[in-house]
Design a protein around this ligand. Structure first.
Ligand code: HMG
Length: 501
């Protein structure tokens, strides 16, 4: 195991700052999306093919945002062996608000008590699904700044994504991701290339503080997501091109080995790959079009802003980008299709999925493009360069091995019938913000090592306990042999491919 103890070897300005370790937590129970189609009385294939979703993770009243983040952070610290005294900044990204004043970060400080370390900067950041990315940017900026004191930063992104009954409900999910940030990282954030797009819209928002449910304008949210993708890619490409010499080919998807997206539902991600290919097509030179985009010439006069719901453009570029999607994006959709939209952790669940479906050797030296979107809206595109140091004991090989149990952990969950899921949603509705309150969910149904809510007292103070941990290190040593792999058919419906759209 490589030493994560401190950064004392780091003399001078920190180099290669980025993500060193990732821990993913998702609930132990799920509902099958095919079963949900039948239960909801919608046409067969609407959730599984139309949205590209396979299973949806959800939590009972035993779990809230604090418990999800306590679990993810505890697991990260145990798996890496980094002492709490070695953390100088802790950032939380979430849109699951249980208190308008007290941060989730301050709740997480309970875990630091034994170490005596209270010198930990950072608090919570909120803007829909974007909070995790804002937290990551803050953490990386801190390590790269004159404020850095040589210790690690940690980013925790967590959410419970639940919707009222209706069309949006199958796009829910829940989970948390914790990431260790520092120098000499195996996943380095490329500097100077980040592009953002932020503006004021009401596509998805949560104005009713007494409810967990958002107000959603589904169609507008998709338009906003795609327009933010276009805007971020345009600015990212401009910045990337400015660094090249004039003879070099302009930025295109060609130069990225993987394309990762915030995933509200997998079908939108597949459409997003097509959308980026459409951007490349519109940017291509007159000479290149017949060479690379033979048969698509008729779309040359189309404008991005007129085509968010243009089915001809969508179909043509879904078909054109099918191989790109299968190679560069589909491996990142494991958690997105199996757990659902985790909101702030979604993109980082995508990164963990991508890593878990690769080996150190296949990742070494690769470049990854990531798109983060939060309604309201805030969006950023950025890129990671993966180290080529993949030797035994390297941080990259440790990262890959720590995520090799993802498939077996997904397979070890318990399936719950849709009516039980619906009753759980009703219970959450009725008890959200109730005080005093004692949760009624079954502790035995949680994974070992999971933190859970035991009590909310009359003053709304929340108390937590942890299920005994078997051993996260044993869990991590589970190899991803084929018997542990999530079956290809359950990974994501192949009906998603363009010919079936
Ligand atoms: P809907 O009413 O189910 O939409 O709402 P639909 O009837 O148009 O169906 C969806 C697709 O399924 C369509 O395909 C149908 O043809 C297809 P498309 O035309 O789009 O390619 N379909 C079928 N396919 C196969 N077999 C069938 C069948 N039936 C229909 N039998 C919607 C869908 C996503 C709008 C809804 O679920 C929703 O509002 N979800 C929440 C909002 C959302 O996820 N928006 C995405 C972008 S915003 C975002 O990412 C931010 C977010 O994460 C929040 C945050 O930032 O915090 C959500």
């Amino acid at each position: 195991m490589p030493s994560y103890k401190n950064n004392s070897e780091c003399k001078g300005w920190p180099k290669d700052v980025g993500i060193i370790a990732i821990e993913v937590y998702f609930p132990s129970e799920y509902v099958d999306q095919g079963e949900l189609e039948t239960f909801d009385g919608v046409s067969k294939g609407k959730y599984t093919v139309g949205l590209g979703q396979t299973k949806m993770g959800f939590s009972s009243d035993l779990e809230d945002i604090n418990s999800l983040c306590l679990t993810a952070l505890s697991h990260l610290m145990e798996r890496t062996g980094v002492g709490y005294e070695n953390i100088g900044r802790l950032e939380v990204g979430t849109e699951t608000i249980v208190d308008k004043s007290k941060s989730v970060k301050s709740v997480l400080m309970q875990l630091f008590e034994d170490s005596g370390n209270t010198d930990v900067e950072g608090i919570d950041t909120t803007n829909a699904c974007y909070g995790g990315t804002a937290a990551l940017i803050n953490a990386v900026n801190w390590v790269e700044s004159s404020s850095w004191d040589g210790r690690y930063a940690v980013v925790v992104a967590g959410d419970i994504a639940v919707y009222a009954k209706g069309a949006a409900r199958p796009t829910g999910g829940a989970g948390a991701v914790a990431m260790l940030i520092g120098p000499h990282a195996p996943l380095v954030l490329e500097s100077g290339l980040r592009s953002s797009h932020m503006c004021h819209v009401y596509d998805f928002y949560k104005p009713d503080l007494s409810s967990e449910y958002p107000v959603v304008d589904g169609k507008l949210s998709i338009q906003c997501y795609l327009s933010a993708l276009d805007a971020c890619y345009r600015t990212f490409s401009r910045k990337a091109n400015a660094r090249k010499d004039s003879a070099a080919s302009p930025m295109s998807l060609e130069e990225m080995d993987a394309l990762l997206f915030h995933s509200p539902f997998c079908k939108l991600v597949q459409k997003s790959v097509g959308r980026l290919a459409f951007n490349d097509f519109l940017n291509a030179s007159v000479e290149e079009v017949p060479r690379t985009y033979h048969g698509l010439e008729a779309f040359r006069d189309k404008k991005l802003e007129d085509t968010y719901f243009d089915k001809d453009v969508e179909k043509a570029f879904l078909s054109y980008s099918q191989d790109i999607f299968l190679k560069k994006t589909k491996p990142s959709l494991l958690l997105a299709t199996q757990v659902g939209n985790m909101y702030t952790p979604s993109l980082y669940g995508g990164l963990a999925s991508f890593i878990s479906n690769n080996t150190g050797e296949s990742l070494a030296g690769k470049r990854v493009l990531l798109f983060s979107y939060g309604s309201g809206l805030a969006a950023t595109m950025f890129s990671l360069r993966i180290t080529d140091d993949v030797g035994p004991g390297s941080r990259l090989s440790e990262l890959v091995s720590s995520l090799s149990d993802l498939h077996s952990r997904l397979n070890s969950r318990t399936e719950v019938q849709p009516h039980v899921f619906a009753e759980t949603m009703k219970l959450r509705e009725e008890t959200h913000h109730k005080a005093p309150y004692t949760p009624v969910g079954k502790v035995e149904s949680l994974f070992p090592g999971t933190w859970y809510l035991t009590q909310i007292d009359e003053a709304h103070r929340r108390q937590y306990k942890r299920r005994p941990l078997i051993s996260i290190n044993n869990a991590s040593s589970v190899s991803s042999s084929s018997s542990n792999l999530v079956k290809e058919s359950e990974f994501m419906s192949t009906d998603l491919l363009p010919q079936d759209v």
